[in-house]
Design a protein around this ligand. Structure first.
Ligand code: GSH
Length: 220
């Protein structure tokens, strides 16, 4: 069943790392979406009606399908159009990619939250959680030693899926991070930070209100 919208709708929050990776994939796919920037403290009723779990990003396709996981949005966009070959088969096997993304979600992100927001947890030593993430960074650095990007010579969806979290980790204490002995990782991180892709997906949009004139973009 068609919905009333000509373009897919993307609910997003500029600083959310999950939303960033979805926007990278949409930009690369060149698919135009109606962008709806929301505040997590005041989630709009229309957003919660479509996706009661209340996390961003959420994409509503023009067939009315609701996609509520960032990795599924990435797959949806790139399965439609992948001009930059972000789905390229690189050196890593599928099970290695899955493991990396699972470790990012279950271990790296958990430690990152405790490092970044120790006051939100009880009895947490933030430095222990910072250092627990060094193994993950070391692994990425090794992958980046053999190729310029994580899985092959060009950036793929895997780089974009992981990058926002590494950037967030660096931002907690960039002086400490910049002294780490992971030169391949740092080169990769700064290259993406300085890219036009990153500045385009970080462009600011005003907070969405239900009666606004829609904003269409492919984050170009
Ligand atoms: N597994 C989800 C996680 C998304 C997520 O947790 N997003 C955060 C923002 S970075 C969120 O919306 N949290 C809800 C809230 O803070 O109320 C995905 O990959 O899309």
């Amino acid at each position: 069943m068609k919905n009333n919208f000509e373009y897919p709708i993307l609910y997003t929050f500029r600083r959310c790392p999950y939303a960033m990776r979805a926007r990278f994939a949409i930009r690369s796919s060149q698919i135009i979406v109606e962008v709806r920037e929301i505040k997590l403290q005041e989630k709009p009723a229309a957003f919660l009606k479509s996706s009661p779990k209340g996390t961003v990003p959420v994409l509503i396709t023009n067939l009315g399908e609701v996609i509520e996981e960032s990795l599924d949005i990435i797959k949806w966009a790139l399965s439609k159009n992948d001009p930059h070959n972000l789905l390229a088969k690189g050196k890593l096997e599928n099970h290695e990619i899955t493991k990396l993304l699972d470790d990012l979600e279950t271990k790296f992100k958990t430690n990152l939250d405790k490092y970044k927001y120790p006051n939100r947890f009880c009895g947490v030593d933030r430095i222990i959680h910072r250092d627990k993430n060094l193994n993950f960074l070391k692994k990425l650095n090794l992958y980046l030693k053999r190729n310029k990007s994580l899985n092959c010579e060009h950036l793929t969806f895997l780089d974009y899926a992981i990058f926002p979290f590494i950037r967030q980790f660096r931002n907690v204490d960039h002086e400490w991070f910049d002294k780490l002995d992971f030169c391949f990782l740092k080169e990769w991180l700064y290259r993406i930070i300085d890219s036009e892709d990153f500045s385009s997906i970080m462009k600011k949009f005003k907070k969405w209100e239900p009666n606004d004139v829609p904003i269409y973009t492919n984050f170009e």
